[in-house]
Design a binder for this molecule. Structure first.
Ligand code: SAH
Length: 261
């Protein structure tokens, strides 16, 4: 987390407070994929990203997280970051000059990486975007609060607006964490052998087939016979057919986009 007294760089944080907090520096690997997040709530990070596989990978330095506290760029005794909207209306707007300083700070010394503003007006985040971001050196995210951000800062830095979905959150932090999660799990080594990113929903424009595990019978319900047949060819066929049927009925938009194959 960036401290007001710091004049250079931002300190990265690790997933857990033990035992790494006893060490001087986290195990960040040189060139590791890095999420820089400009936020009024840096303490909200890594949040859920510290759990499970993403947390372990963060601890191992397979990726890095730099929350940048927008408040330290604020003005006056109270480090104000917002003001009332021109033209009137409810709420407050994050100031262009304050946000601009935070963006300059985030970009300093950082390799060119996508710069995005989490926003309900943005392009809807999807698996293809996660793949693009995973292939970049990292991503710099601006989390809004209140009524959002002064338009001029978005225009000036040509910031792409990206939305988590067609609903309105109180701030960009949850959206940032969701998008970072989706991206980081595509980085080499993060999932290990625990899961495959090639056969899951949205990887080939299809939804995943149903999954079953023990017990073999539950509440009088068995599992599809083919899955216990040991015939891998048949199982693959069944799964593909289920996958296609599900996509066709639940997501005709995805089905159409694939060209009905
Ligand atoms: N007045 C704005 C909403 C502001 S919500 C509007 O009507 O468009 C406050 C902040 O939450 C936003 O600045 C944005 O950073 C974040 N946010 C809200 N909904 C979001 C969504 N669906 N996806 C990503 N970020 C979102």
């Amino acid at each position: 987390m960036v401290k007001p007294t710091k004049s250079h760089g931002s300190k990265s944080i690790t997933a857990s407070i033990t035992p790494r907090d006893l060490m001087a520096e986290p195990a960040r690997r040189p060139g590791a994929w890095c999420a820089k997040v400009i936020t009024l709530f840096p303490e909200a990070f890594p949040g859920v990203l510290s759990a499970s596989l993403t947390g372990k990978a963060l601890d191992q330095g397979l990726w890095a997280l730099d929350p940048i506290d927008l408040r330290i760029f604020g003005e006056g005794k109270h480090r104000n970051v917002d003001d009332t909207p021109y033209g009137g209306g409810a709420g407050m707007v994050l100031r262009a000059d304050i946000v601009g300083k935070a963006i300059e700070f985030a970009r300093r010394g950082a390799p060119a990486q996508p710069l995005v503003y989490l926003s309900p007006r943005g392009r809807r985040f999807d698996q293809a975007m996660a793949r693009d971001w995973a292939a970049a050196p990292g991503v710099t995210m601006l989390c809004g609060r209140f009524e959002g951000v002064d338009q001029r800062v978005l225009d000036h830095y040509e910031i792409e607006e990206v939305s988590l979905g067609d609903f309105v959150l109180t701030g960009g932090e949850l959206a940032a964490q969701a998008m970072i999660d989706a991206t980081v799990r595509l980085l080499p080594g993060v999932l290990g052998n625990a899961a495959s990113t090639e056969e899951e929903s949205h990887s080939a424009g299809l939804l995943e087939h149903p999954q079953y595990t023990r017990p073999a019978e539950w509440n009088g319900l068995g599992v599809p016979e083919v899955l216990t047949s040991g015939d891998h060819g048949k199982i693959a066929e069944w799964r593909e057919a289920q996958s296609k049927a599900l996509t066709k009925t639940r997501r005709p938009d995805l089905w159409k986009a694939r060209g009905d194959k």
